[in-house]
Design a binder for this molecule. Sequence first.
Ligand SMILES: NC(=O)c1ccc[n+]([C@@H]2O[C@H](COP(=O)([O-])OP(=O)(O)OC[C@H]3O[C@@H](n4cnc5c(N)ncnc54)[C@H](O)[C@@H]3O)[C@@H](O)[C@H]2O)c1
Ligand SMILES: [Zn+2]
Length: 379
Amino acid sequence: MTAPLKHSDTITVDVALGDRAYDIMIGREVLPSLGARIAALRPGTRTAIVTDRTVAKHWLEPAEASLAAAGIPTSRIIVEEGEGSKSYAGLTQVSEALIAAKIERNDLVIALGGGVVGDLAGFAAAILRRGVDFVQVPTSLLAQVDSSVGGKTGINSPQGKNLLGAFHQPVLVIADTAVLDTLSPRQFRAGYAEVAKYGVLGDEAFFSWLEKNHSDIFKGGSAREHAIATSCRAKAAIVARDERETGDRMLLNLGHTFGHAFEAAAGFSDRLLHGEAVGLGMSLAFEFSARRGFIPQQEADRAIAHLTAVGLPTHVRAVPGLNWPGVDSMMDLISQDKKVKRGQLTFILVRGIGQALVTRDVEAAEVRAFLAEKLAVRP
Ligand SMILES: NC(=O)c1ccc[n+]([C@@H]2O[C@H](COP(=O)([O-])OP(=O)(O)OC[C@H]3O[C@@H](n4cnc5c(N)ncnc54)[C@H](O)[C@@H]3O)[C@@H](O)[C@H]2O)c1
Ligand SMILES: [Zn+2]
């Protein structure tokens, strides 16, 4: 772990993927450099910005002004905000608009938004003319620390989330931490679950630092850049080792097997945001690890205490307005998770804070008993 940097510094994290390597630029006020950076990377390029309505209100004009200042032609494609845009309809809208904007093989698609816009625009770029490069300008905390890094793009099908997609790495990521000032506190907190995840899965020192500095991250102090850079470095290192998720990249799913089941049970709605489900899922992964004797209960309590301190849900019954389905339905949702291979459950558990591991020897009966208990208990 490096020392926190000064507010004004731009931090570069490189994603080492050979001829598909790229930089993530992180800093307050790094968005105004978008045009100059693209001009240097791809002289003579044309661009199209894909964004959603909410992000457009705040950040489209600054992004366009930066491109204009660098003499880069651009056009705008605005989708509705929300998960609904990661659909066939959203893909049709964006792909056809990119064709109409005459975006060609050497041009660039710019994804300006949260994970929805990043996944959708990235996938549209991946299939447009058999592959056009794209730049990620993530505007939610979740997108800055997770979805904009690593090249997973895609849309949902009526049968499930992220069932259609492609690995398509961006050529540049511009993460302006000031852009997060307009994000709702609830969305910010949900994204923070993924930040805490990096500490929990592989970096105890980072987790300790988060325990002390979380309020400065939320307030937008210089701790924010450090937290985002450390998270990106952690994800970049894992992606560089295992781009296609055959090994270590699975560790990034810590809290996600339980989390996805809760998200699905809540209908992937704003009743439970992805990051909130991950907070809940990580808490359960810790409890379950303690129950299996992998860690002492105090270690689980420490992790859960931090998630509670930032306001994430850590008890199944702590989500207001949600009536969970019974344990049978929850087990069905868990076994539909894409990490299940030929009926075998894969769980990411912990041997301590900073020591996650992939386990395949978890019996369904064990999970069922654990969940039945959690679903019954009020905090
Ligand atoms: N590709 C990956 O590796 C990966 C990883 C994790 C999640 N995801 C995907 O990411 C999506 C979730 O991303 P998300 O949480 O960013 O959701 P999102 O893109 O829907 O953004 C959340 C909300 O915040 C708004 N918003 C975003 N930035 C804002 C800003 N700066 N100011 C004001 N409002 C802003 C958006 O308009 C939206 O209403 C899911 O579809 C998930 O599947 C992908
Ligand atoms: Zn996640």
